[in-house]
Design a protein around this ligand. Structure first.
Ligand code: TXA
Ligand code: MG
Length: 337
């Protein structure tokens, strides 16, 4: 299969490009599209054959369900028969946006989308290209992150091409994504709601609106997002975290890995960390929003430069930092290392 990349304006998406993409989806093809978080791999959510191709292209385990993307609230009511009051409040406030809600699935949702669960994850992305594409198809589309399973999510069309070239029909290229980490996934079938995955919408913003929520860390018997069972967010290189501003720890780690014969890279943001000029790395902003936007890109860049180990400076685990630390800790625990 030849994977085509077409540029599309993020502000005023060209009709002909959107229509071409929608035609591909209509006949069961796969189209990668931008969202405000990361790029998604789109297929017609009501076409099980097309959805199966999404799992195959990503090499994704079949029991890890997909998020269904919608462009208006009527589509939500096709996907579920019951929206709890809290669901209405939270989606009125934060849709379109980096928020995914988990609700009971209606009988119309194909089992392959939910991995056989009774629930379905739904989100309305805040991105014109994505919204226009869903409108043009006039049906919801599934949209897992458009990376190979286990790799960092793609924040640019180039990342998608790198992972999925030859496996999908089209990539809509609208430049880099704004947020850079995936949406927050919250299960609203339970009371109080349960955050299954930290993401672009902060826990603090959710709690301001609906009061205390739980997170999987609070639970004795962990009910987890199915996706969290798998190796995730990991570049080829080994990710090693060190404490914020801890120059001593950083220097010791550099020395240790160099002595062991590894090529060392870094991702840092504090002034206290002063890497040797010979090391390859990225100095990111200490503004957490800018940091989030650059993180996955930086991990992928360092991989392309063949480093063996990436030393990453930890961020404070609050706000967007919760999502970032979640991804980094998973990357650092990756079993394949
Ligand atoms: O920002 C995002 O959410 C991006 C963009 C493209 O929209 N999409 C994304 O999809 O990150 P994906 O497939 O990479 O992650 C979906 C997460 C997985 O952890 C999955 O297990 C969880 O959502 N999920 C999906 N359906 C679920 C359900 N019914 N119950 C619990 N978790 C679910
Ligand atoms: Mg993903």
């Amino acid at each position: 299969m030849n994977t085509q990349i077409i540029k599309v304006s993020p502000i005023n998406p060209e009709h002909n490009v959107i229509n071409l993409a929608a035609e591909i989806l209509k006949i069961g093809g796969l189209v990668a599209f931008p969202t405000e978080t990361v790029y998604g791999l789109g297929a017609d959510a009501f076409n099980p054959t097309a959805v199966r191709k999404v799992f195959e292209a990503k090499n994704r385990p079949p029991d890890n369900p997909l998020i269904v993307h919608i462009s208006n609230s009527d589509q939500l009511m096709e996907l579920t028969d019951f929206l709890p009051e809290i669901g209405k409040i939270i989606t009125d406030a934060y849709w379109p946006g980096p928020l995914t809600i988990v609700v009971k699935a209606s009988k119309f949702v194909p089992g392959i989308v939910t991995g056989g669960l009774e629930t379905v994850a739904v989100r309305m992305p805040n991105n014109k290209v994505a919204l226009k594409l869903i409108e043009a198809l006039d049906k919801p589309i599934v949209g897992p992150s458009a990376n190979l399973s286990g790799k960092p999510s793609p924040t640019s069309a180039e990342h998608v091409f790198h992972d999925l070239n030859g496996k999908i029909d089209l990539i809509l290229d609208a430049g880099s994504t704004e947020i850079g980490v995936e949406s927050t996934v919250i299960d609203i079938t339970v009371c109080p709601p349960l955050i299954l995955r930290f993401g672009g919408l902060t826990k603090e913003k959710i709690e301001q609106l609906i009061g205390d929520v739980r997170t999987t860390e609070d639970l004795k018997y962990k009910k987890r997002s199915p996706g969290t069972r798998y190796r995730h967010y990991a570049p080829e290189a080994k990710v090693v975290l060190f404490e914020r501003s801890d120059a001593l720890a950083f220097n010791q780690l550099v020395q240790k890995y160099i002595e062991e014969g590894y090529k060392v890279g870094y991702i840092i943001y504090s002034d206290e960390i002063r890497p040797d000029k010979n090391l390859i790395g990225r100095i990111l902003s200490n503004d957490i929003e800018v940091y989030a936007k650059e993180l996955f890109h930086s991990l992928r860049d360092l991989d392309l430069q063949d480093v063996d180990v990436i030393l990453v400076e930890s961020v404070e685990p609050r706000g967007l930092g919760l999502a970032i630390m979640d991804r980094l800790i998973k990357a650092s625990k990756s079993k394949n290392k």
